[in-house]
Design a protein around this ligand. Structure first.
Ligand SMILES: Nc1nc2c(ncn2[C@@H]2O[C@H](COP(=O)(O)OP(=O)(O)OP(=O)(O)O)[C@@H](O)[C@H]2O)c(=O)[nH]1
Length: 351
């Protein structure tokens, strides 16, 4: 299933800049849905990165759609296997409320796609005068998986940490789990956003081709780091679910194939956690059991601590899993399936 990543953020915060950054990632096929609040597709013209397939919703804000059918239709179009997309990015209009976007995606019925996270972009300079005007921190952060605090270059270096601390504190007031990524010109590491672990160039290209690409964003973006632990023998479903539900600090993403001991013997699953949203599915048919592993990705991960947490979760199961843990696993699979009514997913677990 193709992950759908939604970019939200107040007008001018830097959503298109972020989209352009993400579209420069070599070897990733990305489909884009642009939502212009005006009747003309202005934003589409601002895209400089390479898009593999595009659709647009103009003339209104995506989060104000009365139901998800319009969005579902576009997602299904982009989800067609023949397009071979690795991800779909929806750039919401500057007016979109992440809470409504989240609801729309959860109630969505599009096949072949899954939730890949909501990234809210903040203008560090304007934030207090735009969305953050109330005494309480805005509820929108409840629905976001990652917040990019952008335009830090516009704040004097000596005040940057204080501004970032204040904004982060307000965000954490309503959502202690959200990943907060400081940025200038939306320069974040795309590795944090995409579900693809490897930065693979086409095999017929020389390394020089990659080096000479105009937007090799890794040069300036603060880097995410990753920890990988192999899964050679079947683990206990309870231990893996405990890890996904309580991931180590700073692990924004967890992904990979795992072998689990179940009532029907060993089974393999594809697991994905993005900003505490958990997705569990049967292993993809072409995946090689010898490559089963879990990868944690985040900014400034403590590799020892995270490596130990992953290794503990993947410890070979010595006995059959408890009935409770088998039920937890079954529930996760049902909640993650295409046919599941997304509304059943408890919001508190997702974010
Ligand atoms: N100085 C500075 N300018 C930025 C930064 N990020 C974006 N900009 C500029 O801010 C303006 C708005 O950026 P966009 O990326 O178009 O913002 P947006 O959120 O897509 O805007 P809307 O579609 O209107 O909501 C553009 O002129 C960008 O070049 C940044 O980090 N620093």
């Amino acid at each position: 299933m193709i992950p759908v990543i939604v970019l939200t953020g107040y007008l001018g915060a830097g959503k298109t800049s972020l989209l352009n950054r993400l579209l420069t990632r070599p070897g990733t096929r990305v489909g884009v849905i642009i939502n212009d609040i005006g009747k003309v597709n202005v934003d589409t013209g601002l895209i400089t990165g390479q898009i593999d397939a595009a659709e647009s919703i103009a003339g209104g804000c995506v989060c104000c759609l009365s139901d998800s059918s319009g969005l579902d239709e576009l997602l299904e179009k982009l989800g067609q296997p023949k397009l071979r997309l690795d991800a779909i990015i929806v750039e919401a209009s500057g007016a979109a409320d992440p809470i409504n976007v989240d609801r729309l995606l959860r109630f969505g019925k599009a096949h072949g796609v899954r939730f890949g996270g909501i990234i809210d972009v903040i203008d560090a300079v304007e934030h207090e005068h735009t969305v953050d005007t109330a005494a309480m921190a805005p509820a929108r952060f409840n629905a976001t998986s990652m917040v990019v605090v952008n335009k830090l270059d516009r704040i004097a270096p000596e005040h940057r940490d204080a501004v970032l601390d204040r904004i982060s504190g307000r965000i954490r007031d309503v959502n202690p789990h959200v990943a907060i990524i400081p940025a200038s010109h939306a320069a974040i590491d795309p590795e944090l956003v995409f579900d693809i672990a490897l930065d693979e160039d086409p095999i017929d290209e020389l390394p020089l081709a990659a080096a000479s690409r105009p937007h090799h964003v890794h040069e300036h973006a603060p880097h995410a780091n990753a920890v990988t632990v192999r899964c050679l023998e079947p683990a206990d479903p309870g231990a893996v679910l405990d890890l996904l539900e309580n991931p180590p600090a700073a692990a924004y993403r967890l992904k990979g194939h795992v072998k689990l001991r179940t009532a029907d013997g060993t089974q393999r699953f594809l697991v994905n956690m993005v900003g505490r949203q958990i997705h569990f599915a049967q292993a993809t048919p072409h995946s090689d059991p010898a490559d089963d592993a879990l990868v944690a990705v985040g900014m400034g991960l403590d590799e020892t601590v995270v490596g130990e947490a992953l290794a503990a979760a993947l410890e070979p199961a010595r006995e059959d899993p408890s009935p409770r843990n088998l039920t937890r696993l079954e529930r996760r699979l049902i909640l993650s399936s295409d046919a599941a009514d997304a509304a059943d997913e408890p919001a508190a677990e997702g974010f």
